[in-house]
Design a protein around this ligand. Structure first.
Ligand SMILES: [Zn+2]
Length: 150
């Protein structure tokens, strides 16, 4: 509200109170928390935003109410960068990404090593295959020789 000096719209503020909402009844009064009903020195009534030094006025309370959101966005934005707890929350996924990247690298190295071992083993099998086949043939020849003797 712009009544620090008691002036609103260039006129002196006679009195002000919280503005009633459209649902307000004499039995059950309801008030806007952030809209003031202001009586000015020339007898006009205007509705004013409750925020300090704000001169936003409308002839109806319902016209001021949507404007109040602008102040809430203003206070929320700097908070998001200033509060350490909120920065920590932002930093958590990054730490997780790094951790996952580390694990992925480790698994990649392990996989590389395993593939190299498999490759080496495959080569050795290939190398031993002819010798095994040769040994089999020798054994068969020996068996045949014994069979011939018996
Ligand atoms: Zn305002």
């Amino acid at each position: 509200m712009a009544t620090a000096n008691g002036i609103l719209n260039g006129l002196e503020v006679i009195e002000f109170e919280f503005a009633e909402t459209p649902r307000s009844t004499p039995e059950n009064p309801r008030y806007y928390k952030e809209v003031l009903k202001v009586l000015l020195s020339d007898g006009t009534v205007v509705y004013n935003c409750v925020w300090q030094n704000c001169e936003f006025t409308r002839p109806k309370a319902s016209g001021v109410w949507p404007h109040v959101k602008a102040h809430k966005n203003q206070t929320r934005a700097p908070k998001a960068t200033a509060e350490p707890s909120e920065i920590d929350v932002d930093g958590l996924p990054l730490a997780e990404v790094i951790e996952r990247a580390r694990k992925a690298t480790w698994y990649s190295v392990q996989l590389d090593a395993a593939l190299k071992k498999l490759d080496k083993a495959t080569h050795e099998v290939e190398k031993w295959k002819p010798r095994a086949t040769a040994a089999e043939k020798q054994l068969a020849t020996i068996r045949n020789a014994f069979a011939a003797v018996a």
